[in-house]
Ligand binder design. Structure first.
Ligand code: GDP
Ligand code: GDP
Length: 449
């Protein structure tokens, strides 16, 4: 099990993260009042990954000068016990002197560190996130322990650390593209179960005409054209007792979990009422979590003017969901057994895009051209000048733009650049990210330290 230490100065949100990861298992934690605890341990979980958590919170009660030395000793111990360190700062407050001390300690530790810029749910935290990069621990993850934002990025970071550790232990490179993690999501009654049945080619899950006879999700290991797929079925797990409850509402929490666990999400919609409010909400969750998406239009056999309707829906998708412009739209007809191969082809296609790495040279040639065509804005009489751009990670593709007067670069220009990258490098459907960073003296300084 991956051992994870949560460190940072008091009040940044460590316990909130601990609780979120530990969930119900929190009951196991010794939290008796009056007991001076300087460390909590517990089991946690993120998506399909089990974690052994070490939380170093609990120094708030100590008011004397021993605080710092005790905190330091405690943190050092947690760090040496852990495989991965989650270092948290409060992005709303920005980087403090104490944060810098922690960072110095962690840079020396030579362990993988995930830098979480917490309380990032508000706009006021953007500057803090940008500042956190200066700690020399790589790109900070904008995070909100309270709202659960950034969990997918945390999951990806932990997963990578886990793979690296395993590779060190066994001396073998583990295959990242092990199996495609696919989640089938959508409103009740959209046609998810019917689709899954058809794909699996056997009646492994029951379909029914009632809305939401299902609850919880199940995972099914499966393969398509000899490629392994792990399917998460949010409509699965039909227990007789629960059928009576007739859930008619979409469970957002359940959907969110399925999204966070997935690499590609298939959003199934009834073609007669696709891209309505709830569909847009789900699609937005997928984009915010940075997952790739395929839109599935179920019950296509019931559509009367198919060509017209298809154009209509394509238009709607691009207009209402610009963040995943160009995502594949697949028509399904379960009754005629049609569309499933296209769906899987589309899923593997967007998966590739989601894993894409664009070469820095190509990216910067493109950036120069893009700036010539559409020069960056002038703010307060001076031009905001992007210097260079690099892709810092894949899954989803994430870019850092280094810029003079970075804080002044308008969001519209960032969007223009992202859309440009999307087009130039053929990456539709993938929710990409761009972070803007202030120009430093040495533009080719290493990512870490
Ligand atoms: P710790 O001392 O680092 O363990 O911090 P806590 O988890 O006890 O959190 C300190 C305070 O920050 C509490 O009042 C939390 O409710 C609050 N907090 C934690 N995470 C977030 C967040 O993501 N956003 C906001 N706005 N507040 C948060
Ligand atoms: P879920 O709640 O999303 O799992 O939806 P189901 O798969 O249970 O489907 C809901 C209803 O729509 C059922 O009555 C299905 O028979 C029907 N249905 C699903 N797919 C199709 C389709 O492609 N064509 C038609 N005509 N009906 C479908």
């Amino acid at each position: 099990m991956l051992k994870v230490a949560i460190v940072g100065r008091p009040n940044v949100g460590k316990s909130s993260l601990f609780n979120r990861l530990a969930g119900k298992r929190l009951a196991l934690v010794d939290d008796r009042p009056g007991v001076t605890r300087d460390r909590r341990e517990g089991q946690g979980r993120i998506a399909d990954m089990d974690l052994a958590l070490i939380d170093t919170a609990g120094f708030e009660d100590i008011r004397d000068e021993s605080l710092e030395s005790r905190m330091r000793a405690q943190t050092e111990r947690a760090v040496s016990d852990a495989d991965v360190i989650l270092f948290m700062i409060d992005a709303r407050q920005g980087v403090t002197g104490l944060d810098e001390e922690f960072a110095a300690l962690l840079r020396r530790a030579d362990k993988p560190v995930v830098l979480l810029a917490n309380k990032a749910e508000s706009k006021a935290s953007e500057a803090g996130v940008m500042e956190a990069y200066g700690l020399g621990l790589g790109q900070p993850v904008p995070f909100s322990a309270e709202h659960g934002e950034g969990m997918s990025d945390l999951y990806e970071a932990l997963r990578e650390a886990h793979l690296r550790l395993k590779a060190e232990e066994t001396g073998e490179e583990s295959d990242i593209k092990d199996s495609l993690k696919l989640s089938i999501i959508g409103r009740p009654n959209a046609g998810k179960s019917t689709l899954i049945n058809a794909m699996l080619g056997e009646e492994r899950v029951i379909t029914g005409p009632e809305a939401g006879i299902t609850r919880d999700s199940i995972a099914i290991d499966w393969s398509w054209r000899d490629k392994p797929v792990r399917l998460t079925d949010t409509a699965g797990m039909r227990r007789k007792a629960r059928v009576e409850e007739k859930l008619e509402k979409l469970s957002v929490a359940e959907t969110l979990r399925a999204i966070q666990f997935a690499e590609v999400c298939v959003l199934v919609m009834d073609a007669r009422e696709a891209f309505e409010k709830q569909d847009l909400q789900i699609a937005d969750l997928v984009a915010r979590e940075g997952r790739a998406i395929v839109y599935a239009l179920a019950k296509w056999d019931l559509i009367e003017e198919p060509q017209k309707r298809f154009e209509e829906l394509k238009d709607k998708a691009n207009r209402l969901l610009p963040q995943t412009r160009g995502a594949p739209l697949v028509r399904l007809s379960a009754l005629a057994g049609r569309g499933h191969d296209q769906l899987m082809e589309a899923a593997f296609g967007v998966y590739e895009d989601w894993n894409t790495r664009v070469k820095t040279g190509e990216l910067n040639r493109w950036l120069r051209e893009a700036m010539e065509r559409n020069p960056p804005p002038v703010v307060d009489g001076k031009r905001v000048k992007p210097r260079y751009i690099t892709q810092v990670k894949a899954r989803p593709p994430t870019f850092v733009l280094v810029c003079s007067r970075a804080a002044k670069l308008p969001e519209t220009y960032q969007r223009f650049l992202l859309n440009g990258i999307r087009e130039a490098f053929g990456l539709p459907a993938v929710p990409m990210r761009i972070y803007v960073r202030q120009n430093s003296k040495n533009p080719f300084a290493d990512e870490k330290d």
